[in-house]
Write a protein that binds this ligand. Structure first.
Ligand SMILES: *Cc1c(COP(=O)(O)O)cnc(C)c1O
Length: 394
């Protein structure tokens, strides 16, 4: 895969690496030594592909949204990750990593979750594969994502509330890493995005790359061309974007657009737009951009969508930003709500609030009428119904 050019020894340009306490060295090293061999082994591929097809429901449609196309005066295609089992792209990664954990002989899975989507995906595959499952979740997120908490419990996961810091994703990640440090022998840390120490960003990107692999052949089938003019995806840690970009990174004709959550506005102090206002630093074992104050302390991010509420970003995106291979826009809470309502009313699809940020970017771009624009519809909106009901007047 050509992204290897961008990616050497755990670094994407100057970003990435593995900044970990010594106690985790063996585990990270074990993972690094095996993951490429496992991922390319026929036995893994067969089981992974089978589960993606029969269990997750792939390939997901590349839906030609005619009403949106008319409005935005270009061909707008929605990559329907919302139709996956458990409602988002997260399951692609969870299935793959759980299969990997089993091959490493691990019996217990540790995960962190923000919106609860990664927690649900992880609890789901643990039920399927008979693995113990501990999910760390900030108390604030537990309150705003109650239906997903119930789902995880029903699936047999142990939910561990985190009361430190902003009691959201960043803090849940810290606690998950702490658990892993204390249980390195039997436990596998199943990270939910293209973040964390090497090799996680690369591992997760490869598992999500199925998204762009499908886009390529679906475009060929439908439009007789294998690449679009634009790929647009929202960015929390950056995994649905990494998956949607993956096979197009080396094709300079494809414009790659990431959309961060501006929250109440980039300069409002209540934002999660990491690349817009962040500076390089180290978070959760990896060098990347992060939102920090003058002393280098991580500041609390804000977004109306729990899945984008992360103060860092995957190192792959740090590099695509720095080298200007991809362009990063942002959408506010308000703009995301409006975009969600627009998709709902025009196409009859209620998107996740995260995905609505990617849709909001359509307004910020100028298309030619012959442009083919793929938007990653990363998840469905069921989990966000309360937020929608509280914020929208209709
Ligand atoms: C978790 C989540 C995201 C953000 O995570 P990425 O790693 O940036 O993809 C986006 N959309 C949905 C629906 C999510 O659940």
């Amino acid at each position: 895969m050509k992204t290897e050019i961008l990616y050497r020894k755990g670094y994407y340009g100057e970003f990435g690496g593995a900044y970990i306490p010594e106690i985790l060295y063996n585990n990270v090293h074990e993972l690094e030594s095996y993951f490429l061999d496992v991922l390319s082994s026929p036995d893994f591929k067969k089981e992974y592909d089978h589960l993606l097809k029969e269990y997750v429901g792939r390939p997901t449609p590349l839906y030609h949204a005619k009403n949106f196309s008319e409005k935005y005066k270009a061909t707008i295609l929605l990559k329907r990750e919302d139709l996956n089992h458990t409602g988002a792209h997260k399951i692609n990664n969870a299935v793959g990593q759980a299969l990997l954990a089993k091959r490493l002989g691990k019996k217990r899975i540790i995960a962190e979750t923000g919106a609860g989507q990664h927690g649900v995906a992880t609890a789901t595959v643990c039920a399927l594969m008979n693995l113990d499952c501990a999910v760390y979740m900030g108390q604030t997120d537990i309150e705003r994502q109650a239906p997903n908490v119930s789902r995880m419990k029903m699936l047999g996961a142990k939910i561990i509330p985190v009361h430190s810091g902003s009691r959201s994703l960043k803090d849940a990640t810290n606690e998950a890493i702490r658990d892993w440090m204390n249980n390195t022998e039997d436990s596998y840390y199943l990270i939910g995005s293209v973040v964390g120490p090497h090799p996680y960003p690369d591992l997760v990107a490869r598992l999500q790359a199925v998204i762009s692999e499908e886009i390529k052949y679906q475009l060929t089938e439908k439009f007789n061309r294998s690449s679009p003019d634009y790929v647009i995806a929202c960015i929390g840690g950056g995994s649905n974007a990494a998956g949607a970009f993956y096979h197009f990174i080396d094709d300079a004709n494809v414009k790659l657009i990431g959309v961060e959550a501006a929250g109440k506005g980039i300069h409002s102090g209540l934002t999660a737009a990491t690349l817009a206002i962040g500076k390089p630093g180290i978070i959760h074992g990896c060098k990347t951009y992060l939102i920090q104050n003058a002393d280098g302390q991580i500041t609390e991010p804000h977004s109306i969508s729990a899945g984008l509420d992360y103060p860092g970003i995957g190192p792959l995106h740090g590099n695509l930003f720095k080298t200007q291979r991809a362009q990063y826009l942002s959408a506010t809470d308000e703009e995301a709500l409006e975009a969600a309502m627009e998709l709902t009313r025009k196409e009859g699809i209620i998107p996740a609030l995260e995905s609505a940020h990617a849709l909001a970017a359509l307004q910020q771009l100028q298309f030619r009428k012959e442009d083919i624009v793929v938007v990653s519809l990363s998840g469905r909106g069921d989990k966000d119904l309360n937020t929608y009901i509280n914020h929208l007047n209709y």
